[in-house]
Design a protein around this ligand. Sequence first.
Ligand code: NAD
Ligand code: IPM
Ligand code: MN
Length: 333
Amino acid sequence: MLRVASLPGDGIGPEVCDAAVRVLAALPIDVAVEEHSFGGHAIREHGDPLPEETLAACRAADAVLMGAVGLPEFDGAPVRPEQGLIRLRGELDVYANLRPARADGIDLLIVRELVGGLYFGASGRRADGSAFDTCEYSPAQIERIARRAFELARDRRSFVTSVDKANVLETSRLWREVVSGLADEYPDVRLEHMLVDNAGLQLVLDPSQFDVILTENTFGDILSDVAAGSCGGLGVAASASLGDRPPGIFEPVHGTAPDIAGQGIANPAAAFRSVALLLRHAAGEQDLADELEQAVDATLLSNPTRDLGGSATTIESTDSVLDRLAAKTPDAR
Ligand code: NAD
Ligand code: IPM
Ligand code: MN
């Protein structure tokens, strides 16, 4: 029995998370899904974006399926929904954030360090009115994410592009040193380094040149939206956040999309592809993951949502995926 903690969150989070849970429940696997309060929803109910009960349930689960958190109403508030997400990532130590981007001729994987750097450094305000965020990385933090990237590359096209800002930042120079120092242990994997500004350009001009992109937290956040933009947009971009042991967190790259929330038109594909990553990385169900990905790919062509130029609603798009799955797996419930 696969125990999944679902955290719908805010905005379109619950819309796409509900769709993902419908798909998960229709698959021929033994799964129990339990929903928990998270993000802005949890601030309103409990005054805390990550209530203790939610954290305990995530720790006890085999996988966490997330929607998205954050809303404009919390801009300037003392506690923000996003803090809950960052804390959850840290608590579960899911340091490896896998963000695949696929489209015609493009098949790349961003491996983003997720529990270090600016997001976890000292920050604050000073009496003089200034503000600061600090970026720190230890060799051990860099080594474990780099090893993950090299290992993932071996199952792909064996090419890692490590992205940094080593011409300016000390943390980037350490990053480059540590990554280069590991290369001897992975002689079958080609390693190149690229500066982050150029990487942004290359992701727009010629994303097909990349296999695995290895990078730190903030750069990975930005580059994964850029890569999504080259592959159909945020409506289709999924992610898996993994540590050395379960549970991993499986969530779309996109946020709560306040501009379309409540209209029932969010593209659920990113959430479905996140379920496929869950099947792959948390359930060992490679074949089911393949089937789900194929059903989603076909639905993106036959019933596109508005972000892709179509008119399908979230529910219509979900029904189309469910129909395709049912046709493929006769024992689907
Ligand atoms: P966003 O990703 O929510 O939206 C950016 C644009 O993409 C919007 O135009 C939106 O309509 C569109 N979009 C996103 N997902 C879509 C989908 N599934 N279908 C169709 N269109 C989609 O980014 P934002 O507007 O910068 O952020 C809104 C809030 O979301 C902020 O509070 C931010 O902190 C939060 N956020 C949360 C996560 C997360 O929980 N993992 C990720 C990113 C942003
Ligand atoms: C993402 C989001 C988060 C991040 C925010 C909401 C904390 O943008 O998952 O990409 O920056 O990691
Ligand atoms: Mn982001």
